[in-house]
Design a protein around this ligand. Structure first.
Ligand SMILES: Cc1cc2nc3c(=O)[nH]c(=O)nc-3n(C[C@H](O)[C@H](O)[C@H](O)COP(=O)(O)OP(=O)(O)OC[C@H]3O[C@@H](n4cnc5c(N)ncnc54)[C@H](O)[C@@H]3O)c2cc1C
Length: 322
């Protein structure tokens, strides 16, 4: 009883860090529920990627690879996970939340006849049940949900839960994956080559908003981001005006992020933008309008013109970091 299954996600041939965040949380929850935590990785190279679970807290990882699951096929992937859950009697299933797992978790939920809850920012075992907290209504409210279905299926927001060194070794068990007659499946994936850090993996994000100078703001942000090893974010106003690609957009219709440090430069702080960044650990807002709503979620506020602030910050960083 009390066993926890954590789901791994492969992206561009690598295991996403959020898979190990789910594994670490799985370890903590399994301890509280009196069981063990295991993992599952599905896709090309699954069994070699499974070795990365060493130390994460899971003691066994099921690896499913082969033609049926070489690329994402929703029914085939869901059948693998539901099969493991039913056979192993798992009480809790934890996904990392992403566009891909939102699709997969819905399928798994349908197979197991439970409702998955995604994007949790808190999760704990409570007397045999699981309670998760997640933002709702674009971050206006925080919902606490007691998951009463069995198993409890939920997804965690990336970068919110830590990856702990739990001192565990991992046994990899290869399992078969059968074709499930998927009518739609991914046939090929083309990754854009870029040397920038993706938003979801970044510890620090420096984001830009709409100013009279247009896309010049990103010419000031990029050198700062480079020195800080940070990702570059943007408001939707900048994306809609073609100043930067949509992959940089933070917010309700962009990416949800939770970095350790989020620096918002000339971003007013609309509810839709805050929905994507308000769970960042430290928020620094730089805006020339002292009444800008972004200051209500900021840890530190700087009332300044970004075209003076960013070059000054760059010069200071160069002095300190070389
Ligand atoms: C359904 C829906 C979904 C949406 N999804 C998103 C989303 O995912 N992400 C998102 O960001 N938005 C989203 N929006 C848009 C959102 O409502 C705002 O319009 C947008 O966030 C505004 O972007 P901004 O803050 O850059 O621009 P503005 O609101 O124009 O604010 C610019 C700010 O910069 C300050 N400023 C200007 N020049 C300077 C300077 N030189 N120095 C310092 N400060 C300066 C101003 O004082 C102002 O506060 C969505 C809207 C809708 C309706």
């Amino acid at each position: 009883m009390g066993n926890v299954l954590t789901i791994g996600e492969i992206k561009a041939g690598a295991l996403r860090k959020s898979s190990l965040e789910a594994a670490s949380l799985g370890f903590t929850m399994a301890k509280a529920l009196g069981g063990e935590a295991h993992g599952v990785v599905i896709g090309d190279q699954a069994s070699s990627l499974a070795a990365q679970y060493k130390d994460s807290g899971v003691t066994k990882v099921f690896a499913a690879e082969g033609d049926a699951v070489k690329t994402y096929a929703p029914n085939a992937y869901a059948a693998v996970i539901a099969g493991i859950v039913k056979k192993g009697g798992y009480d809790t299933v934890i996904f990392p939340t992403s566009t891909f797992t939102r699709d997969l978790a819905a399928k798994v939920g349908a197979e197991l006849k439970v409702m998955p809850v995604m994007d949790a920012v808190e999760a704990k075992a409570d007397g045999g049940a699981v309670i998760v907290k997640r933002p709702a209504y674009a971050g206006k409210v925080m919902m606490a949900l007691k998951l009463t279905g069995k198993p409890s299926v939920f997804g965690i927001r990336p970068n919110v839960f830590p990856v702990n060194a739990n001192g565990t070794t991992v046994a990899v068990e290869k399992i078969a994956a059968a074709d499930a007659g998927d009518k739609a499946k991914v046939t090929a994936q083309k990754m854009e080559a870029r040397d920038e850090i993706p938003l979801t993996e970044a510890n620090i994000i420096v984001s830009g908003g709409r100013t009279a100078e247009g896309k010049a703001i990103f010419d000031k942000i990029r050198p700062v981001a480079k020195i800080m090893n940070a990702a570059v974010g943007a408001s939707r106003a900048c994306v809609d005006a073609h100043m930067i690609e949509h992959s940089h957009q933070v917010g309700q219709t962009g990416t949800t992020v939770s970095p350790n440090l989020y620096i918002a430069c000339a971003i007013s702080g609309s509810i839709q933008h805050r929905a994507g960044m308000s769970s960042s650990k430290v928020i620094v807002a730089v805006n020339k309008d002292p009444e800008a709503p972004i200051f209500s979620v900021a840890t530190y506020g700087v009332v300044a013109d970004v075209y003076q602030f960013l070059p000054a910050l760059e010069a200071e960083l160069k002095k300190v970091m070389g």
